[in-house]
Design a protein around this ligand. Structure first.
Ligand code: PLP
Length: 225
């Protein structure tokens, strides 16, 4: 990580915010309703602070343990932080994830959903969830298949009482992203799921055009990892 990239976090953040606002205006959407999830994985608390001082409050991390090491201390000074888990979750990390995160975007199977429901009940903590959909049907990638999504959603909502606020996808690398964003949009509309987490540094404007409510932007703000 070069010093100059970290120094410029407020400037980069402002640029991303402006690009988001433009994409919203272009598609007649309200910029105030767009959620920028600032992806801070691999960056230290010192590197994250300038983003917090610039008013950014929603952050995304992809590893439970890394987030548990960084965020509780940052929350002392910034209690209104909203932290999202955007990486895969294993059963043995669910309890820790509920302590550290406000939203889990990577729910992709019944076993994990059940564990989240059980532990959040025990801890008396409401956690909001997104279901991750494997829109590219990639065997190595996390996410429920498009075919199995309706059953998982139904079980989460009706059997487990989980709050499913949205759908999330990570399109295959080196493939056009718009078919995946359009597919996620259609699934959300057909299944009555309000929020869509899609779009990263390279393609968040496209994602907004295709209906994203949450964009997950890392390197455009913090520099390359
Ligand atoms: C790292 C990551 C991002 C951010 O990617 P950038 O290209 O750095 O913006 C978004 N979503 C997920 C799931 C990630 O793991």
């Amino acid at each position: 990580m070069s010093v100059s990239a970290v120094d410029d976090v407020p400037g980069r953040l402002e640029k991303v915010r402006r690009a988001i606002a433009r994409a919203c205006v272009d598609t007649r959407r309200d910029p105030a309703e767009m959620n920028l999830v600032c992806v801070s994985k691999t960056f230290s608390a010192d590197e994250i602070l300038p983003a917090l001082r610039s008013g950014q409050r929603i952050f995304g991390e992809n590893r439970v343990q890394e987030a548990a090491a960084k965020w509780p201390a940052l929350r002392v000074d910034f209690p209104d932080i909203e932290l999202h888990l955007i990486g895969p979750l294993q059963s043995n990390k669910v309890e820790m994830a509920i302590d550290v995160f406000d939203t889990i975007q990577s729910v992709d199977r019944l076993k994990i959903a059940s564990a989240i429901a059980e532990h959040s009940r025990k801890k008396n903590k409401t956690i909001s969830c997104f279901i991750q959909v494997n829109t590219g049907a990639e065997s190595q990638k996390a996410g429920v298949s498009v075919e199995e999504l309706p059953a998982l959603l139904n079980a989460c909502r009706h059997d487990l009482g989980l709050t499913i606020e949205g759908l999330m996808c990570i399109p295959p690398v080196d493939r056009p992203v718009s078919p995946h964003f359009a597919l996620l949009y259609r699934l959300g509309r057909d299944l009555g799921v309000e929020n869509l987490s899609m779009g990263m540094s390279a393609d968040f404007e496209q994602a907004i055009q295709l209906g994203a409510t949450h964009v997950r932007v890392g390197s455009a703000i913090f520099g390359s990892r």
